[in-house]
Design a protein around this ligand. Structure first.
Ligand code: FDA
Length: 584
């Protein structure tokens, strides 16, 4: 027995822990979250917030999504993605990114009811944390996780109150380690990891300065500064990142990981800012500076018994592609409904095994992609002639050569254009963000093979209702003619069955099976003179089943199972599938 009892104890109030707490409280599960510090993120690390993460916030409630959008910089100003010699100096090239290219924008609009945006972590965490606490989460700040032991019935965790120095224990049914890249929970579990930590060094310099005159006409969240001497380790060059348009900024600058981290004094920070912005008289209001390491490391198993890890505890990688916080929130969306159903007795503990099966491949994929994206700056350096050592005069000559009227310079310009365009795998990789398809016991395919990706799977989202894939978003219409996203029909902690004209037997089956299993199964019939209509015909195209068929959707919007047509015994089919998924 512990001093305090709860169903789920979460270590960490970062994007992973706060999202999981908010979801569990929304599902009515008792939970407690601890954070070793007195407050949430104090630096705006994560910022690029993708559509899939926003769908999780939307699932928490329209007011949660709206609050995020109120604080976010909108997508329209995110994406000129400038490469330059300094902000005041010559521009080398740019690429439209983060869904702002007209073609990419169309794909974004067709894929989700939500918008990509730039929401610094200092805004995202309070929104998630507040939602959690308002809905029932017990939060203990200045409280440090020390150790845990688990047995057949639960987990006893020892924490220290950092204000009083007193230790206390928490007894929970489950423990979640959302305790970041140096996760002690993961270490205590002895989870297997692949890859390496500390492959590069970077420093962050956070400051205020009005830089409107350099940027407002080419709005972007990222300005990449390529100048002789700016290519030290880490992220590969100098990065000036917008935090708030256009007066709050974060410079990311590499340092040699083989040397001790530099002491980032105000003088040093001001010097770096002046150099990258290209204004020797610039005055900045320094808000903070810190160093961090670039990691390339992921867990291949995310759980042991009653203990789970998520977020950076499971996947440790550089900020390239902006995947960290997004994936952390999505880890929570995957695990929370499973924990809720097991705690409520709606599912057997076997359901929880699908967490590693589904999220470990994502951890591997995003860590690999983020690190590959760093390497893919290489061709830009090569095209500019910046790759041949540290002779700054030679680099200067090579960079200048691209303006010459010679065949060699023309080839150099072409190489540069191609190298910049190739960076879409970092700055416009919609497929990486949206194509997560799960293979596990919690998605029943009945042997149907996975559909191929018609286009590059990293760049383009390919909607499908193949079980394991995220339910495609299309707009359908209620009786008043108002548009409703298919994703809005689902989620909020419950399974949902979507069917059409002639599929009414599925509705009766869902009621009967739900009553038998003690489960809420929401149902929607889509078609003429039904509660929802498919005026645009988009659902008919996207559902990949006949009108009398059905698509069964999990609480996390992923397809659990589908039937192409009405089954001979719908209740028996639904029962078979749910008993299997829920490990009953
Ligand atoms: P996170 O590290 O945020 O939180 C861990 C929590 O655990 C904290 O509350 C901490 O106090 C607590 N904790 C740790 N040990 C504890 C203990 N023993 N006891 C109690 N509490 C403990 N991502 C993204 O999606 N888009 C982006 O654009 C960027 N950009 C970006 C830029 C830069 C410069 C960096 C450094 C990082 C990013 N990221 C990003 C990555 C993102 O910041 C990161 O992936 C998330 O913060 C991870 O969230 P977690 O909740 O997993 O851990």
């Amino acid at each position: 027995m512990g001093d305090i009892q709860t169903d789920v104890l979460i270590i960490g109030t970062g994007p992973a822990g706060s999202a999981t707490a908010a979801l569990l409280s929304s599902y009515g599960v008792a939970n407690m979250v601890v954070n070793r510090y007195r407050w949430l993120a104090n630096t705006p690390r994560a910022h690029i917030t993708n559509q899939r993460a926003m769908e999780v916030l939307r699932d928490l409630g329209p007011e949660v999504e709206a609050e995020a959008m109120m604080h976010a910089s909108p997508q329209e100003i995110m994406g000129e993605n400038v490469f330059c010699e300094s902000l005041a100096g010559e521009e080398i090239g740019r690429m439209k990114s983060w869904g702002t290219h007209p073609l990419s924008k169309a794909e974004h609009l067709m894929s989700s009811p939500c918008f990509m945006n730039d929401l610094p972590q200092t805004f995202m965490e309070p929104i998630l944390f507040k939602t959690a606490c308002a809905r029932g989460t017990q939060a203990r700040m200045s409280t440090e996780y020390l150790s845990h032991v688990q047995d057949d019935d639960g987990v006893t965790t020892t924490c220290r109150d950092r204000l009083s120095g007193k230790e206390f224990t928490v007894r929970s049914k489950y423990l979640v380690g959302a305790d970041g890249g140096n996760s002690l929970v993961a270490e205590h579990l002895g989870l297997p990891y692949e890859g390496r930590m500390g492959v590069g060094g970077s420093m962050n310099i956070l400051f205020r300065a009005d830089l409107s005159k350099y940027v407002a006409h080419r709005p972007s969240v990222l300005y990449w500064v390529m100048q002789p001497g700016a290519d030290v380790g880490g992220i590969g060059m100098g990065l000036v990142r917008m935090v708030r348009p256009w007066n709050e900024w974060l410079i990311v600058w590499g340092y040699d990981i083989n040397q001790p981290p530099p002491d980032v004094t105000p003088e040093f920070a001001t010097g770096v800012a002046r150099q990258l912005i290209g204004d020797p008289d610039l005055e900045i209001e320094l808000l903070g500076a810190n160093t961090w390491t670039v990691n390339n490391c992921f867990a291949t198993n995310l759980q042991k018994g009653r203990v789970f890890v998520m977020g950076d505890a499971a996947h440790r990688h550089p900020p390239s592609n902006g995947l960290g916080s997004n994936t952390s929130i999505q880890d929570g969306f995957n695990l929370a409904w499973k924990l809720a159903m097991v705690v409520k007795g709606e599912a057997g503990p076997g359901l929880l095994d699908s967490y590693t099966a589904e999220r470990a491949p994502i951890a591997r994929q995003i860590v690999t992609r983020a690190n590959q994206s760093i390497g893919e700056f290489g061709p830009i350096f090569e095209a500019l002639g910046m790759d041949g050592g540290v002779d700054h005069d030679k680099i200067r000559r090579n960079m200048d050569a691209r303006a010459d009227a010679t065949p060699a310079a023309e080839a150099q310009r072409e190489a540069l254009r191609q190298a910049i365009a190739f960076k879409k795998y970092e700055f416009d990789a919609h497929g990486v963000e949206m194509n997560q398809r799960y293979r596990s016991s919690a998605a029943v395919t009945d042997g149907e093979p996975e559909p191929a990706f018609p286009a590059d799977r990293e760049l383009h989202y390919a909607p499908t209702t193949w079980p394991g894939a995220r339910l495609p978003h299309v707009w359908v219409f209620d009786r008043a003619g108002r548009k409703v996203s298919t994703l809005d029909l689902c989620g909020r902690g419950a399974f949902t069955l979507l069917t059409g004209v002639g599929g009414e037997a599925w509705v009766a089956a869902a009621e009967a099976v739900g009553a038998e299993l003690g489960l809420t199964i929401r149902t929607h019939v889509i078609g003429p003179r039904r509660p929802l209509e498919d005026h645009l015909g988009d659902w008919a195209r996207a559902s990949e089943v006949r009108d009398g068929g059905c698509v069964l959707v999990r609480p996390d919007h992923h397809v659990a199972w589908r039937s192409k047509a009405l089954a001979a015994a719908p209740a028996a089919e639904l029962r078979r599938v749910l008993v299997s998924i829920l490990a009953r």
